[in-house]
Design a protein. Structure first.
Length: 573
């Protein structure tokens, strides 16, 4: 059970030090096995981070050069690209394969470094056995290894935010003991919050949690000092974007889904991310209408809550599936989701009473996810350690309640056995095999030199981009699903196509790009890959209906992925 007086906890003993050494060796082995030099084809954010870091290292500024005309990039705060740029400048390495080893290796090391920090925190609140179980569940959980193969800011943000929360907890303990050195812990913790803000924009949740925490504690002086530091730090990046967009014309073709320019033109706040909260669908051009009222927002929130509840079920419960319905569309495993939610709320409240800051942070974090239109396990990743703590604590509290409510013989033995079986089935039956699958996928790529994916259609997209780089003029322009990835592997500037089923609108978009950039890029290619659902849905109707406008110049022999050359002469339809 959680310790309400953590300042009285004992230091780590020899057994715990051996455990930490073993768990670090295990994670180092797993991360090392899956480390490979390929940029993930399916995740264009990885390409953006890499390209921004290389642009900064070359002195070109915070610009995304994959676009037809390089423009300042605002979606990601600059800390991770700045770190990459420092690596490139310091080492002098420019080979992209070698840089992927280094970029991914850095992220792996940050994950590994967070494990002892997490354990030290756990050990101050939980018994040694429970802390070991939680640290193990974190170290081998597939939600982590699913994204360790990418170059993303999620794990670095996880480490920075965990360091900030751990620092605040240590400050709180020392502050209760009137330790005069506690102010330095407070300063360091605030510094980690600032770094978290510059790593990911979701750092706004950490800022909100910190300020709410000091407000609830009625620490007015510290609240004012923290606000004076954190609020300006939080506003630096969006303030720069708003000023630039207000004074410059920005054509971010890669991001121009859901009529972003039209949305921002009507908004007094010129920030790219607000489209996510204003439009019904931030991706689709066909559903780019602005949310009309509270009813639609309520529907959005319910959809997000359901989606993340299912993600949490996959992350925490044993892999026992019972499917019903004509086609097995109903998975009764998700009937346990309410039980998991109760565990999280019970454990979260227990932890909140000991360390309110964590509860304040999670309140802001999940409040943002509830209205943010994307649903992905990746967005659970930065708070996964804290959710893991809450769910486990809720399970312990529930079992303790059962033993107290029904103090019959063997109740203690039965509840402990139930806990051990639950953890064992979850770990051995689900988490370890899935983690080994992700690690094995990375290892196979490294050993077989198989490119960025062993999946047939992903690999075909990669090979298609390599063909483009070798067989098209350097001043070509691509229209494709993943422009940054296309530029990374082909060296050709690229822009995304709008996600619309309206063939006339899609053709008008292609012609508009050809006209706007025709002087710079006289040859335009449409990449109809088979790796992404949007390409398979929207591009074939276009090339069939406007067959006189497109000439096939390459077709992948295995998947049929096709590169079409635009015929600039306007044919009669």
């Amino acid at each position: 059970m959680i310790d309400p007086h953590p300042e009285q906890s004992m230091p780590l003993d020899r057994r715990e030090k051996y455990f930490l050494a073993g768990i670090l060796a295990l994670t180092l082995l797993l991360a090392g096995l899956m480390l490979n030099p390929y940029l993930t084809v399916v995740n264009h954010d990885s390409a953006i981070y890499s390209l921004l870091g290389m642009a900064l290292a070359q002195g070109q500024g915070y610009l995304l050069f994959s676009e037809p005309v390089a423009q300042p990039y605002f979606t990601f705060p600059p800390l991770l690209p700045l770190i990459f740029a420092a690596i490139v400048k310091t080492t002098g390495i420019t080979d992209r394969t070698t840089l992927q080893w280094i970029f991914k290796g850095l992220i792996h090391l940050l994950f590994i470094a967070s494990i002892p920090l997490f354990y030290l925190w756990l050990r101050q609140h939980f018994s040694r056995g429970h802390a070991m179980v939680l640290a193990t569940l974190l170290a081998v959980n597939p939600i982590v290894y699913k994204y360790l193969g990418d170059v993303l800011a999620d794990v670095p943000y996880w480490t920075l935010s965990m360091a900030a929360l751990f620092g605040f907890w240590r400050w709180e303990v020392r502050d209760r003991l009137n330790d005069p050195k506690s102010r330095w812990l407070l300063a360091v913790s605030l510094a980690f919050v600032v770094l978290s803000i510059l790593m990911r924009q979701i750092g706004i949740a950490l800022v909100g949690g910190v300020l709410l925490y000091f407000l609830l504690k009625r620490r007015w002086k510290i609240l004012l000092v923290s606000a004076a530091i954190l609020v300006p730090a939080l506003l630096i990046w969006p303030g720069y974007e708003h000023h630039y967009r207000s004074t410059h014309e920005v054509h971010q073709d890669t991001l121009n889904q859901a009529d972003l320019d039209k949305v921002l033109a009507k908004s007094p706040v010129k920030l790219e991310f607000i489209k996510h909260f204003l439009v019904q669908d931030p991706i689709s051009q066909d559903r780019a209408a602005v949310v009309s009222g509270p009813g639609q927002y309520a529907k959005i929130i319910l959809t997000r809550v359901r989606g993340y509840a299912e993600i949490a079920t996959d992350a925490f419960l044993p892999p026992l599936e019972i499917r019903t319905g004509p086609t097995g569309e109903y998975n009764l495993r998700y009937a346990l989701t309410p039980f998991l939610a109760v565990l999280f709320l019970v454990g979260g409240w227990t932890i909140f009473r000991v360390f309110p800051l964590m509860g304040c942070y999670l309140l802001f974090y999940f409040g943002i996810l509830a209205v943010y239109p994307y649903i992905t396990p990746r967005f659970m990743l930065p708070v996964f350690p804290f959710v893991l703590m809450a769910v486990y604590q809720g399970l312990l509290t529930t079992l303790a309640f059962v033993r107290k409510k029904w103090p019959v013989p063997h109740t203690t033995w039965a509840t402990r056995t139930l806990l051990a079986v639950f953890i064992g089935v979850t770990l051995i039956g689900g988490h370890l095999p899935e983690t080994i699958r992700w690690v094995g996928a990375g290892l196979k790529l490294k050993l077989a030199d198989a490119g960025p994916s062993r999946r047939e259609h992903n690999r075909a997209y990669y090979e298609t981009l390599l063909w483009i780089g070798e067989n098209t003029p350097e001043d070509s322009l691509l229209i494709t699903r993943k422009p940054p990835v296309a530029y990374y592997y082909s060296g050709r500037k690229a822009t995304a196509f709008p996600f619309t089923a309206d063939v006339d609108r899609l053709m008008a978009y292609v012609d508009e790009k050809a006209e706007r950039y025709g002087d710079l890029y006289p040859t335009l290619y449409l990449v109809e890959d088979t790796a992404f659902s949007e390409s398979k849905r929207f591009l074939p109707p276009l090339t069939r209906d406007r067959e006189t406008r497109f000439e096939p110049v390459y077709r992948h022999p295995e998947t049929g992925a096709t590169v079409w050359k635009l015929q600039r002469r306007r044919a009669a339809y």
